[in-house]
Every structure is written in structure tokens, then in C-alpha cells.
Design a protein. Structure first.
Length: 206
């Protein structure tokens, strides 16, 4: 099912529909400030299993969480020092994924063979409205096709994935701009992928 929501001023009653579906264990596709992503409640084990199945990956694959504030991020990300917190506060919400060592708050189903977690605090009104309404983080991973290319058109996503997810949120066709990924799980920051986010703004690699 395709649900069109205004990407700039999301309609509250439509956001409520998305939230109700997520609370019932749904797996949905949502736009972000970069590309489209699968999403489900982080704490819902059965929904997590369905998300992995829809994506066609195993639990060994590292996924990310969508958060609506840095306090929530700090619950799941170990090693968020004061300088790191200040840096994230300066650039977020925005098109970055930060990888941290995972805290004990992260469900064990996500940590098979891995002890790290990606954190996304996206500058996307639709996702931020969902997160504010639901009051909990979402598990997420990007939507790709068989050639490992991002799917950016919600109508194409619905046509290809409609049988594997409960809802596709149409926030418009997105540009091909993934997030910039920074690994902060070790002693030194590592640029994993240069994407939409400006690396210079982080002031980590000077």
C-alpha cells in the first residue's frame, strides 16, 4: 500500500496511521533526508525478523537506528564523549550515519557477530514526526534492488516490494545521495563512505 505524505508539512492524521501500523508490528518503507529505508520498531523482535527477510539479509548484517534526538542516540551508542556529542549536535539532524559500539540497550537480535550500531538522526520532517509520535527508535536499512542500487521512486518501491512490507510512505522521488558514514567505534574516526553530509563540517579529520 502506498501512502502519500507531504514531505515538508506532514499531515498528523497520516503520521498517526504510520505509527499505528508500526506499533502493531508493521514493517514500512519511509523517506529520509538521503534515500528510502525499511523501518520497524527497534524493540519488536518479530518485526525485526520480517525486516531482515524483506531486505533479504541475515542478522549478521549491521543495520542502523533512526532517532529523533541525541538523548535517545546516547542510550544505544557507547562512547559518545562530550566532544562527539557537541559535534553531533552541531550537524544533526542531517545526512550522516555514525557507527558506535553498541550499549546493552540494543536488542541481542541485532548484534549477532557484531557489537556496533549505526545511528541516524535525519533531517526529514516525515521521519521526525513519526519518531516524535511513537516515542521510540526505529530499526532501519536502505532500500535497494537486485543490483544493489538504491530505489528512490516510491511508486517503483511499491511495485517491487509491496508484497514484503506493510506500507510504503510516498515522500516524493529522492536524489541518489546516501548518507556520509563515519565510524566512531574505534580509537580514531574512520570515513567509511562520503555521501551527502559534508565531512569538513564534522571537524574530525583535521
Amino acid at each position: 500500500m502506498l501512502l502519500t505524505i507531504d514531505p515538508r508539512e506532514p499531515e498528523p492524521w497520516l503520521i498517526a496511521r504510520v505509527v499505528n501500523l508500526l506499533r502493531r508490528g508493521g514493517v514500512v518503507v519511509v523517506p529520509t533526508d538521503t534515500v528510502y529505508g525499511y523501518a520497524c520498531l527497534l524493540e519488536d523482535g518479530e518485526a525485526t525478523r520480517r525486516l531482515y527477510q524483506a531486505k533479504g539479509i541475515t542478522a549478521a548484517k549491521r543495520l542502523s537506528i533512526l532517532v529523533g534526538d541525541l538523548a535517545t542516540a546516547a542510550r544505544y551508542a557507547k562512547g559518545m564523549t562530550t566532544p562527539v556529542f557537541r559535534m553531533m549536535k552541531r550537524v544533526l539532524p542531517g545526512p550522516y550515519t555514525f557507527i558506535f559500539q553498541a550499549t546493552s540497550e540494543v536488542p541481542r537480535t541485532m548484534l549477532r557477530k557484531r557489537r556496533t550500531i549505526g545511528v541516524r538522526y535525519p533531517d526529514c520532517p516525515i521521519v521526525l514526526a513519526v519518531l516524535a509520535e511513537i516515542g521510540a527508535p526505529l530499526l532501519t536499512t536502505s532500500v535497494r534492488n537486485e543490483a544493489d542500487e538504491w530505489l528512490l521512486d516510491p511508486m517503483e518501491i511499491e511495485a517491487k516490494l509491496g508484497d514484503t512490507v506493510d506500507l510504503v510512505v510516498d515522500g516524493g522521488t529522492l536524489p541518489n545521495e546516501p548518507s556520509t558514514v563515519i565510524d566512531l567505534s574505534g580509537d580514531e574516526p574512520v570515513l567509511v563512505r562520503q555521501g551527502k553530509g559534508d565531512v569538513a563540517a564534522l571537524e574530525l579529520f583535521q
